[in-house]
Design a protein. Structure first.
Length: 134
């Protein structure tokens, strides 16, 4: 029973942090996914991997890729003008003409229109111990 509780806690921790991890390191993102497929998992180990990822400075390519994944939650719902505005902002970010905070703010505004409980709990968008976002 303890192992099942650990697995549930690991999955919840991962759900909240997966996009934050991806914005720092696709390799650690993949490592955590592989780890969670093991028969026995521990919250402590998942948290250590998350912490390790967050120590790696974000890079525009990783962050852009992450927000491209996040966009997937809106692409079938968003209006054409919303889609264009989001993708333009994403391109501006990739070329250093917009900030990550602007991407976060735009994503949060999209969540106001198109709520998604999973994304709303993401530490990438709401901040956590590793980052505080506006």
């Amino acid at each position: 029973m303890k192992e099942k509780n650990q697995r549930t806690q690991c999955q919840q921790l991962w759900a909240r942090n997966k996009y934050l991890v991806l914005s720092h390191s696709s390799n650690i993102y993949k490592d955590i996914r592989r780890y969670l497929k093991q028969e026995v998992v521990e919250v402590r180990q998942v948290q250590e991997m998350i912490d390790r990822a967050c120590q790696i400075p974000e890079d525009r390519g990783q962050v852009g890729n992450t927000f491209q994944h996040v966009w997937g939650y809106f692409k079938k719902k968003a209006r054409v003008d919303e889609r264009k505005a989001y993708l333009v902002l994403l391109e501006q970010y990739r070329y250093g003409q917009a900030s990550k905070e602007e991407l976060v703010a735009k994503t949060r505004s999209m969540l106001q229109i198109y709520p998604n409980a999973y994304l709303q709990e993401s530490t990438l968008l709401k901040g956590d111990d590793h980052e505080t976002l506006a």
